[in-house]
Design a protein around this ligand. Structure first.
Ligand SMILES: C[S@@+](CC[C@H](N)C(=O)[O-])C[C@H]1O[C@@H](n2cnc3c(N)ncnc32)[C@H](O)[C@@H]1O
Length: 352
């Protein structure tokens, strides 16, 4: 598990590179060497330094070094057993990254999403718990009826902005008949999705394509299996003026391209919606994760673009009660739609 941290894209410093240094400012004093005491020690250090989620951070780091996912899942015998100097050194090193506000997910080099263990590496976006709700909604809608089931028995899916591959790979793992095309403009994201697909042995049902949805470029290669049943995306949707308010964990380590949606957070969303009708089957659907202000903004924007034949059919709230997920449906064949003439190669038309 620890190997993950030194194999990260662009992330070369890790515990394997560190020698035992003589200057160790926050090392617990001798005699406080059980896992429980080390967790308490680092919790106090993190609290003193104003690090958020001090106890959780400390527990995750200690559990990780001891080979477990959570502190609670450690064998109780390990809580009180003295740690080795090597384990203490690893904990010291990993905790020093947390003191620099590195997110725990990057420190551990892995994180679970929908029960799948994914490799994490800066600056690729760390999947958030809300996005698991988006995946659950898509799965619910897929199992509701034949509308979203492709010829092979599972929907063909396109994900825009795959990041670590969290959405695409969790959908594939739950829909064994499905195929996914996952696109992202970031090279690091493309590489990490490849790695995670291999890690989860889902590489045979996913096509991973470097693609910038805001550029007018050929999209025909996104449809190797024909028009898709679903387009799914958790796009960058933060309003540009809110970017500077983000926590240091996000600002320092995550790619701003994954977050910044422009003035109204709609820059990438509108390009996805402009492209969607060209890729979707008749009655295909788009599922989006958005900001709570977006259901209204996206609804009005769609009304101003009748040529797209897309309609906002449902809005769902997240676990905090905020309207965060959109279901948009294509209402029928567009006249002269490139999908009707698939596999023709047509440019993407972006309404102004
Ligand atoms: C919020 S992250 C979501 C990542 C992943 N789907 C998840 O939920 O964890 C948005 C992703 O969209 C990608 N992205 C941003 N602009 C894009 C564009 N114009 N075309 C394609 N991908 C884009 C970013 O690189 C980033 O990986």
């Amino acid at each position: 598990m620890l190997r993950a941290i030194i194999c990260g894209l662009g992330w070369r410093r890790g515990i394997w590179g560190c020698a035992f240094s003589s200057w160790q400012p926050h090392q617990p004093p001798a005699g406080l060497l059980s896992a429980t005491k080390v967790v308490s020690h680092w919790t106090a250090v993190f609290e003193e330094k104003g690090i958020p989620e001090a106890r959780e951070s400390s527990e995750y780091i200690v559990a990780h070094v001891l080979g477990a996912k959570t502190f609670q899942s450690l064998r109780p015998g390990l809580w009180t057993q003295p740690l080795t100097p090597w384990q203490l050194q690893c904990i010291q090193e990993l905790s020093s990254y947390r003191l620099q506000r590195m997110p725990v997910q990057y420190i551990l080099g892995e994180w679970d999403f929908q029960g799948l263990n994914l490799k994490m590496a800066p600056p690729v976006f760390i999947p958030r718990p809300e996005t698991e709700e988006l995946v659950e909604w898509v799965l619910e809608e897929v199992t509701k009826g034949p509308r979203m089931v492709g010829a092979e028995g599972g929907p063909l899916i396109l994900e825009v902005g795959c990041g670590s591959g969290a959405i695409s790979l969790s959908l594939l793992s739950r829909l064994p008949q499905s195929r996914v095309t996952a696109v992202d403009k970031g090279e690091a994201a493309i590489c990490l999705t490849h790695e995670n697909a291999q890690r989860l042995r889902l590489q045979d049902r996913i096509q991973i394509v470097p693609f910038d949805v805001t550029l007018v470029e050929s999209w025909a290669h996104l449809l190797p299996w024909g028009p898709v049943d679903l387009v799914v995306s958790n796009p960058p949707y933060i309003f540009h003026q809110d970017m500077e308010k983000l926590a240091p964990e996000i600002l320092r380590y995550e790619d701003p391209v994954a977050l910044d949606g422009g003035e109204e957070g709609m820059d990438v969303i509108t390009h996805i919606l402009a492209l969607a009708p060209q890729l979707l089957k008749d009655s295909g659907s788009v599922f989006l994760e958005v900001d709570p202000q977006h259901p209204e903004l996206v609804g009005s924007w769609l009304q101003s673009q009748p040529d797209l034949s897309l309609h906002l059919v449902a809005v769902r709230r997240d676990f905090c009660g905020r309207p965060r997920f959109l279901h948009i449906r294509r209402s029928g064949p567009q006249r002269g739609s490139p999908v009707d003439a698939w596999p023709g190669r047509q440019p993407v038309r972006v309404p102004g």
